[in-house]
Design a protein around this ligand. Structure first.
Ligand code: C5P
Length: 234
């Protein structure tokens, strides 16, 4: 049985590698994340390949542009048939509202359900010092909460948030507001370049709706074993 709460990041740059992972993982995982690396390397073919396996796609391209451009890009994401996509919350209210509007209009036109739209708040690579340098005099947590409020008010479905921020966001938002959390590491695994990590179990206990996991699964000798362990420990 597949698990639709565990999203596996297909962070590879060839269709061959993507296919290898889908062959192994698609019997166990329902949602796969396609980010910039795979999309800019292989384009629509990368999306079509996941669809061939009858699996869902989280398109992680983090749109950030003027409202009109994001409106058009969001319509395109609907035409791609993705299950979920994201925009940068720092693009502002108008931009986020236009993302929702574009996705709604295109979904209605095609007679499909609208993809979930997430706001990216503060990148996990940014700390207080980095925020200060771009003119934001707040801690990452304060800024995350501020932007999560805007994301909700703009009508998006939820946010991408690090394990450390889940609790505060959950407290400040309704249960239906989605929290999608990368930076999860199974107990005892290598953290890679992720600094603020939690185990999948901790992430769900704090209130995450989905977890995104990449290298601990995709680089494992036996990815299926890691997924099975993840499910057992949830
Ligand atoms: O390999 P790893 O489990 O660290 O992969 C996490 C995935 O989630 C990567 O695709 C990364 O780009 C993405 N991500 C993240 N932190 C964010 C947003 C997205 O790690 N704040």
């Amino acid at each position: 049985m597949t698990n639709d709460k565990i999203i596996v990041a297909l962070d590879v740059n060839t269709l061959k590698e993507e296919k290898r992972l889908l062959d192994i993982l698609s019997p166990h995982v329902q949602v796969f994340k396609i980010g910039m690396e795979l999309f800019y390397s292989c384009g629509l073919k990368a999306i079509d390949l996941v669809k061939k396996y009858d699996r869902d796609i989280f398109l992680d391209l983090k749109f950030h542009d003027i409202p009109n451009t994001v409106y058009a890009a969001s319509r395109t994401a609907v035409r791609f048939g993705v299950f979920m996509f994201n925009v940068h919350a720092s693009g502002g209210m108008d931009m986020m509202q236009k993302a929702v509007e574009g996705a709604e209009e295109e979904s209605e036109k095609l007679g499909v359900s609208r993809p979930k739209i997430l706001g990216v708040t503060v990148l996990t690579s940014m700390d207080t010092e980095a925020l200060k340098k771009i003119g934001i005099n707040k801690s990452p947590e304060e800024q995350v909460l501020h932007l999560a409020g805007l994301v909700r008010d703009a009508g998006l479905d939820g946010v991408v948030a690090s394990p450390e921020e889940i609790g505060a966001i959950r407290k400040a938002t309704e249960k239906s507001f989605l929290i999608v959390t990368p930076g999860v590491r199974p107990e005892g695994s290598d953290h890679g370049d992720q600094k603020r990590v939690a185990t999948p179990k901790e992430a769900f206990q704090r209130g995450a709706d989905y977890i995104v996991i990449g290298r601990p699964v995709t680089k494992a000798k036996d990815p299926v074993k890691i997924i099975a362990e993840l499910k057992r420990n949830l």
